[in-house]
Design a protein around this ligand. Structure first.
Ligand code: HEC
Length: 156
């Protein structure tokens, strides 16, 4: 083995060490911050849903903004399961432990919400006004169905 390839190997070793460290730092990001982050993302979903509903129901006339809300919903719902890494069960979180103990079922809900928000975005992009209400309702049902199984009930 010549000197050059040995030096190259060393560089690769150092580089992978650096990359490895940053991945570890990411994986270990403070669980409480992850909980706050996912609640913020969830609230943003609810806000886009409420804004979309106001437009679709004709309460406001921001029709040209519906596609933006639909796109935001589609983007944020692309990988909702990633908001729930292991180790983020917490007293400040309303996520039930089933999120982690019944992963296949949770993933099914995550996939469903992804499909329903894509369907809404497509319908809006196509200008298929007849179906806006139905697609929005489908999406809302998808949110609710995951909350029913995986989110703690609101305290009364
Ligand atoms: C795959 C399951 C799942 C789907 C789908 C889902 N959610 Fe959630 N949602 C949760 C869980 C679990 C929590 C509790 C998170 C926590 O407190 O850590 C939550 C929390 C929330 C909250 C409360 C946030 C807070 O501040 O405490 C809102 C609002 C919300 N979701 C809206 C939505 C909307 C709107 C949709 C559909 C577009 C949606 N969610 C889809 C699982 C889901």
């Amino acid at each position: 083995m010549n000197l050059l390839s040995r030096r190259r190997q060393m560089l690769i070793a150092v580089a992978s060490l650096l990359i490895g460290n940053s991945l570890v730092a990411h994986a270990e990001s403070n669980p409480e911050e992850v909980v706050k982050y996912r609640q913020a993302v969830m609230k943003s979903l609810a806000a886009h849903m409420a804004a979309s509903a106001a437009i679709v129901q004709g309460k406001v006339s921001y029709k040209d903004q519906l596609a933006d809300h639909a796109k935001a919903l589609e983007a944020m719902n692309r990988d909702i399961a990633s908001l729930f890494p292991k180790g983020t069960e917490s007293a400040n979180s309303k996520a039930l432990s089933e999120v982690w103990s019944n992963d296949p079922e949770f993933q099914k809900h995550a996939k469903d919400v992804q499909q329903k928000s894509s369907a809404l975005a497509k319908t809006v992009a196509a200008g298929d006004t007849q179906n806006y209400g139905a697609r929005l309702k489908d999406l809302q049902e998808s949110c609710k169905s995951c909350h029913k199984d995986f989110r703690k009930k609101e305290e009364k």
